[in-house]
Design a protein around this ligand. Structure first.
Ligand SMILES: Cc1cc2nc3c(=O)[nH]c(=O)nc-3n(C[C@H](O)[C@H](O)[C@H](O)COP(=O)(O)OP(=O)(O)OC[C@H]3O[C@@H](n4cnc5c(N)ncnc54)[C@H](O)[C@@H]3O)c2cc1C
Ligand code: SF4
Length: 333
């Protein structure tokens, strides 16, 4: 591992000022915040991340879950994934989020992993994690061996000729369906970023994964007020039942009245280069009967623009079945 300096500031202003000295907040950042460390330290051991300074954010006052004045939920950046998944308000009003978090990693990892760290976890593409290989995300312009190589687990939505890496997070998929907002404090002030605008498509700059700039510190995430009577499900399909990333997953938030779907929020994991909200699937469903035929039509719409690679064509049908089955499960949730 590269040598690095370590600091543990007691206030956000100090942390932001230190991190603002970094040239970038993206791949190659020379200053990094560290929270649970379950992504960052892993990548530092592989020399994929080589920051010269680490700023520990664990002492900052961002570890609370509170109700907001408009009856939504405010989730601090350092709230552990396990505390979030087991919080009574989350289990009652945002069950899809609790289910998504509990489907990920292991109990030990969830006890360390934080809200902000999960938002910023990195792809599991094997070439990204192997510094002996080229990779446009790690070293811009070096090439993407995954396109002609091992791509079974990689993305079929939002890809480019420069990168087809999957965003691996489960939590972010549920947050996309819940229309979460990410709150950031930086050297130029605070801003609120809808989750759909937080992660970037790879395009020609896969090394840029989010809209974060040097010094930007995630302070908290807010969820809008709960949708009364909503049915919520997170369904994750993977190679083994635990400790595994999604091949395809679906987060559903849906309301039904008189047998018809009155609201649908559908997001997918394991198939997109970012947590993937499918407005196409939602449009195909709202106003229709809540039945298997329409659930399948919504699933087809979600995959209309899918672009498979040599090893992951199977994901198209897998993701369709995942969406359709999750919608069916939601009707009885
Ligand atoms: C073996 C294994 C299996 C896993 N399986 C799954 C799975 O099935 N599903 C799943 O979703 N995830 C899975 N994960 C990923 C895990 O959820 C993430 O590693 C974790 O959520 C990252 O959180 P952290 O607090 O440890 O982040 P860290 O490693 O501390 O940080 C990650 C990134 O976030 C940045 N950061 C942290 N806090 C802030 C902040 N407040 N503001 C700005 N930047 C910040 C850091 O600089 C770093 O770049 C797995 C991980 C491992 C190791
Ligand atoms: S898919 Fe992306 S992360 Fe994987 S090798 Fe290609 S450029 Fe790198």
């Amino acid at each position: 591992m590269h040598p690095f300096e370590f600091s543990r500031p007691k206030d956000a202003a100090g942390a932001i000022a230190s991190a603002a000295q970094s040239k970038t907040a993206q791949q190659g950042a020379d200053v990094r915040f560290v929270a649970g460390g379950t992504t960052l330290i892993d990548l530092m051991k592989l020399n994929v991340e080589t920051p010269s300074r680490l700023i520990d954010v664990n002492r900052l006052p961002f570890d609370e879950i509170e109700t907001t004045p408009d009856s939504g939920l405010k989730i601090g950046a350092t709230v552990r994934n396990s505390d979030l998944a087991h919080h009574p308000a989350v289990q009652r009003d945002y069950a899809v989020l609790s289910q998504a978090i509990l489907s990920g990693a292991s109990a030990q990892l969830r006890n360390m992993a934080t809200t902000a760290g999960n938002l910023l976890q990195r792809t599991r593409c094997v070439y990204f994690r192997d510094t002996a290989m080229p990779c446009n995300k790690r070293e811009p312009g070096s090439g993407c061996p995954a396109i002609t190589g091992s791509n079974r687990t990689l993305a079929i939505l939002g890809t480019s000729e420069h990168c087809i890496a999957t965003n691996p997070s489960d939590m972010c998929v549920a947050m996309a369906a819940l229309e979460a907002t990410i709150h950031v404090q930086g050297s130029k002030g605070s801003r609120a970023i809808p989750i759909g605008e937080f992660h970037l498509l790879p395009g020609s700059t896969p090394n840029r994964e989010t809209v974060l700039e040097p010094g930007d510190l995630i302070t908290h995430v807010t969820l809008p007020r709960p949708i009364a009577g909503s049915k919520q499900v997170y369904l994750k399909l993977r190679d083994r039942a635990s400790y595994e990333f999604a091949l395809a997953s679906a987060a559903i938030v849906m309301t039904i009245a008189g047998g018809k779907v009155t609201l649908a929020r559908i997001a997918l994991g394991g198939v997109g280069t970012k947590p993937w909200r499918s407005l196409e699937a939602e449009a195909a469903l709202v106003g229709r009967s809540a039945d298997a035929v329409n659930f399948r039509k919504a699933a087809e719409a979600a995959m209309r623009n899918a672009k498979p690679q040599s090893e992951n064509r199977f994901k198209i049908e897998l993701a369709k079945r995942c969406v359709a089955h999750a919608l069916q499960m939601a009707t009885t949730s």
